[in-house]
Design a protein around this ligand. Structure first.
Ligand code: ATP
Length: 518
């Protein structure tokens, strides 16, 4: 990535301000693993909490789950992951570097080959005489590489287990038990946020593709004959989105704007419940400030083995172009039937309305937390160049000693602002004394400690000039700064500065929380 690209600048900011950085740097880092520092941990927790509140706590039809990370091997046998969770791998015969075959082709030929067979990939390698990008050596044939991490459990090496490569299967394995203890009738969902692990062949693009990452997944269970029976559909049917259909992809079109109502009427989206969940996801993203997105239909040659229909929410990345942010799949009854077969347990639910015992079908909105956090940071990133300031006395033709002055190049100050939504910003408000003396430090500390009771994500800063302190907070995405000055001691007001406009207003100390909320 060139140093002046927006993505690279955002990565630099992430590392410089401790949002997120490669893990174990003191040992030369550990490919595909990342650590989140104070600002990143708060940001990530805010996004997770917003998701949990909206999709679990604020709904009557959702059950929460926090399942195990190390999981029984039969779960993954049933789900098909043992046999089919593979990516195509090629290895250079000379330098032995390994690459993901489809990514290499996409990089060299600039065409999407997501999901195509190894045989077809090998044809493309031959046809275009593709070689190792690092040393130009000959490449091996593409072969399947399973992405699951395997480890042994207990004192014997034969007892193995997998680190879950997705959170979804832990939901399916618990489906019947949770339905019973949650006393839920169809339709209802189970949601889980937690870590997943994939032994990605070539983790790249920073946290966009890591080997350990967090997912936030919902499995929404429906009567198989009622995938159009969605009571909330009317509410979302007029919402619009940019749809990139399979036909658009064949003609290289970005997509067309359409309402969800029209997309269902024209059978572009097959079912109302699928449309509803796509609209819900976009609405949540918009609430976090993310609007540069489109819905891309999976082509028939790229659909996963379990899916009947899948749409990805894609974001338009500055240097990468459109890429998957999350996916929403119609998984039918594939997983419940697979677990019923492997475990011998009943996965049916009695539907009171139809008096039928059915194996539910599933719509799965699958969000990636790390990918979303990085996308929010990138989307919020802005560099502002201040007009060159003439140095003091610039224009005088001579110095005090009478010698001719060397012309100086006026410095252009570059400031970084993260326009993060207050919902996710790691720090909501920063409190400064204008100066430490005259009792201003103590007063500002009192304001800060009072505020922290209701807004725990507040900080206090008294070092450096006010301008430097504003700049420090702008880089962290803090939406509000409060300055305590001499007037505060007289009339109990403080200066409230808003990040995006830079506007400053005087506010009574006891009205700060209202001003920030408003
Ligand atoms: P990709 O095609 O980018 O590999 P995927 O289609 O395999 O992704 P899913 O299995 O649908 O991804 O997982 C759901 C979500 O989990 C993705 O949309 C993404 O946000 C996140 N995700 C998947 N793999 C990774 C990864 N290696 N690193 C970070 N996030 C990931």
């Amino acid at each position: 990535m060139p140093e002046d690209s927006k993505i690279q600048k955002t990565i630099n900011l992430c590392v410089r301000r401790g949002f997120v950085f490669p893990s174990a740097e003191i040992y030369g880092s550990f490919g595909g693993f990342f650590d989140y520092g104070p600002a990143g941990a708060e940001l990530k927790a805010n996004v997770r909490q917003s998701w949990w509140r909206r999709f679990v706590q604020n709904r009557e039809d959702m059950l929460g789950l926090d399942g195990a990370v190390l999981t029984h091997p039969r779960i993954w046998k049933a789900s098909g992951h043992v046999d089919a969770f593979n990516d195509p791998l090629v290895q250079c015969q000379k330098c032995k570097h390994r690459f993901r075959a489809d990514h290499l082709i996409e990089q060299e030929l600039h065409e999407s080959v997501d999901g195509i067979s190894e045989a077809k990939l090998n044809e493309l390698f031959k046809k275009h005489k593709l070689a190792c990008p690092d040393c130009k050596g000959a490449l091996s044939e593409a072969k399947k590489f399973n992405l699951m991490f395997k480890t042994s459990v207990g004192a014997t090496e034969d007892n193995y287990a997998y680190l879950r490569p997705e959170t979804a299967q832990v939901i399916f394995a618990n489906f019947k038990y949770l339905q019973q203890i949650g006393r839920k009738a169809l339709p209802f969902g189970i949601a889980q946020a937690g870590r997943s692990f994939r032994n990605e062949i070539s983790p790249r693009n920073f946290v966009f593709r890591g080997r350990e990452f967090e997912q936030m997944e919902i499995e929404f269970f429906l009567h198989p004959d009622k995938l159009d029976d969605c009571p909330d559909f009317d509410r979302i049917s007029k919402h619009k989105a940019l749809f990139c259909t399979e036909a658009d992809q064949k003609t290289g079109h970005t997509g067309h704007e359409m309402s969800f109502g029209d997309a269902v009427k024209k059978k572009i989206i097959q079912t109302r419940w699928h449309a509803y969940w796509l609209a819900e996801a976009l609405d949540w993203f918009a609430g976090l400030g993310l609007t540069k997105v489109r819905l891309r239909q999976h082509r028939s040659d790229e659909l996963s083995h379990y899916a009947k229909e899948t749409w990805d929410v894609e974001y338009d990345y500055p240097e990468w172009g459109w890429k998957e942010l999350m996916g929403i799949a119609n998984r039918t009854d594939f997983d419940l039937l697979a677990h019923a077969k492997e475990s011998g347990k009943d996965m049916t639910v009695f539907d009171e309305a139809t008096k039928q015992k059915v194996v539910p079908h599933v719509i799965e909105p699958s969000f990636g937390l790390d990918r979303l956090v990085f996308t929010l940071l990138l989307d919020a990133f802005e560099e502002k160049k201040d007009a060159p300031k003439a140095a003091a006395n610039e224009g005088n033709s001579a110095n005090a000693d009478g010698k001719a002055r060397k012309p100086t190049t006026p410095a252009v100050e570059v400031k970084t602002i993260l326009h993060l939504s207050p919902i996710v910003a790691p720090i909501k408000v920063a409190v400064f004394p204008l100066m430490k003396k005259d009792g201003l430090g103590e007063k500002a500390w009192d304001v800060y400690t009072a505020l922290k009771k209701t807004l725990p994500q507040s900080v206090y800063d008294e070092s450096g000039s006010i301008g430097k302190r504003y700049a420090r907070q702008d880089e962290l995405g803090t939406p509000y700064c409060i300055t305590v000055d001499h007037q505060t001691l007289e009339d109990g007001t403080v200066t409230l500065r808003e990040r995006d406009s830079g506007g400053q207003t005087r506010v009574k100390m006891d009205k700060i929380a209202d001003a920030i909320d408003g």
